[in-house]
Design a protein around this ligand. Structure first.
Ligand code: SAM
Length: 327
C-alpha cells in the first residue's frame, strides 16, 4: 500500500494548480516518449487492434468512406491508424490535450508489419496495401504530413466537450481506455452527445478500464482497491486531476449508454480476483461479477439505418486529401 499512497500523494501534488499540471504534462510527454521508444510496440496493442478490427467487421461497423471519431486518441493515434491500414476511412482524432509523440508513433507502426506476420491472414492485395501505407507512414516527418496522407484531422478540446461536432457527423465512434477518465458529472451529457454525433444506424465501440489506476503503481494492492472508499474518502485522500478516473462501474455504464439511446449489441468483460476487500456502501448493490470486472468492451448501435460509406473491400488510400490539424 506504500507505493499506492505515494503515487496518490505525488499525483495530488501535480494536480495543485495550472502550473503544476502543466509541469506534469510536459514531464509526462518526455518520460512517456522515452519509455515508448525504449520498449517499442507492446504486444497488447497489436492484440487489441486485431480484436477491434474483428469486432468492427463482425458487426459491419466499418467500411470504405466511413467517418470515424476516435475519442482520447493519445500519443500514437493507434486504433484509428490501424483501421486506416485496411479501410479508406476519414478519422477525426480527438483529445483534451496534445500528447502526441511522432517518434513513438513511427516506432510502433514501423514494428507492426513484423507483428502482423502469423497473427492475421491477408490476401495479396490487402497485404500490399498495408505494406505500402506502412512505408508511407515511415516517411512522414510531421503529424500534419501524416494527416494529409491518411485523411485524418486532429482536434484538441481542453474541456472534452463534443458539442462542436454536428449531429450525425460520424459512422463509428470509438475509444480505448479513455471513458474512465471523463469526469463523472458530465458523463450523461457526454454519452448523449456521442449518440447525437452518430448517424442513425451508426456504431460506438468502447473499451473501458475499470481497474484502480493507482494500483498500477503497486502490484500488491487489489486491482479494484478503490471499491473500499466512499466518495468523500476517495476525494479527500486519493482523487487527483492529472490522472483522474471516475470509478463508474459496469451497470452504470450500460445504463448511461442505454439512456443516451444506444443499443448494446455485444459486451466483453475482463475480470480479476479483487481479494478480500471490504467494499464501501456505494458499491454494495453490485454483484460479485460486476465488482470483479476490471475491463469492459461494448459494441453499441444507434437505432435507425441511414447508411454512409460502404462495406466493400479496401481499395486505394485517401492520400492527398485536404485535412489537417485543428485545435
Ligand atoms: C490512457 S490514455 C489512452 C490513449 C489511447 N486511446 C491509447 O490507448 O493509446 C487516455 C487518453 O484519453 C484522453 N482523455 C482524458 N480525458 C478525456 C476526455 N474527457 N475526452 C477525451 N479524451 C480524454 C487523455 O488525454 C489520453 O490521451
Amino acid at each position: 500500500m506504500i507505493r499506492y499512497v505515494t503515487a496518490a500523494v505525488m499525483l495530488r501534488l501535480f494536480s495543485a494548480g495550472p502550473l503544476m499540471r502543466g509541469m506534469y504534462r510536459r514531464l509526462g510527454n518526455v518520460v512517456g516518449a522515452r519509455q515508448r521508444l525504449g520498449q517499442g510496440l507492446p504486444g497488447s496493442y497489436v492484440e487489441r487492434a486485431l480484436r477491434f478490427k474483428r469486432l468492427c467487421e463482425k458487426h459491419e461497423a466499418i467500411g470504405n468512406g466511413m467517418r470515424l471519431l476516435e475519442i482520447g486518441t493519445g500519443w500514437v493515434h493507434w486504433d484509428a491508424t490501424f483501421l486506416r491500414l485496411f479501410y479508406d476511412v476519414q478519422a477525426t482524432l480527438f483529445d483534451v490535450w496534445d500528447n502526441r509523440q511522432l517518434e513513438a508513433f513511427k516506432r510502433y507502426f514501423g514494428q507492426l508489419e513484423a507483428h502482423l506476420e502469423g497473427e492475421i491472414e491477408l490476401d495479396a492485395t490487402t497485404a500490399r496495401r498495408v505494406r505500402e501505407l506502412l512505408r508511407a507512414i515511415a516517411a512522414v516527418s510531421t503529424f500534419d504530413e501524416l494527416y494529409r496522407l491518411l485523411g485524418f484531422r486532429y482536434v484538441v478540446q481542453p474541456d472534452g466537450s463534443l458539442q462542436r461536432f454536428e449531429d450525425g457527423a460520424f459512422d463509428l465512434i470509438f475509444s480505448f481506455n479513455v471513458l474512465e477518465h471523463v469526469q463523472a458529472d458530465i458523463l450523461p451529457q457526454f454519452t448523449r452527445d456521442m449518440a447525437r454525433l452518430l448517424r442513425p444506424g451508426g456504431y460506438a465501440i468502447h473499451q473501458i478500464d475499470l481497474g484502480d489506476h493507482l494500483a498500477y503503481y503497486d502490484p500488491i494492492v487489489s486491482p479494484k482497491n478503490y471499491l473500499r472508499y466512499s466518495d468523500t474518502a476517495w476525494r479527500r485522500r486519493y482523487e487527483n486531476e492529472v490522472q483522474y478516473f471516475n470509478r463508474v462501474q459496469r451497470p452504470e455504464w450500460l445504463h448511461l449508454f442505454q439512456s443516451a439511446g444506444l443499443v448494446l449489441l455485444e459486451e466483453q468483460r475482463v475480470s480479476a480476483d479483487i481479494g478480500a476487500i471490504a467494499v464501501d456502501r456505494k458499491y454494495a448493490h453490485l454483484d460479485r461479477q460486476d465488482l470483479e470486472c476490471t475491463a469492459l468492451t461494448v459494441v453499441l448501435k444507434k437505432a435507425g439505418s441511414s447508411c454512409s460509406g460502404g462495406h466493400g473491400l479496401p481499395t486505394v488510400p485517401l492520400a492527398g486529401q485536404e485535412t489537417g490539424q485543428q485545435r
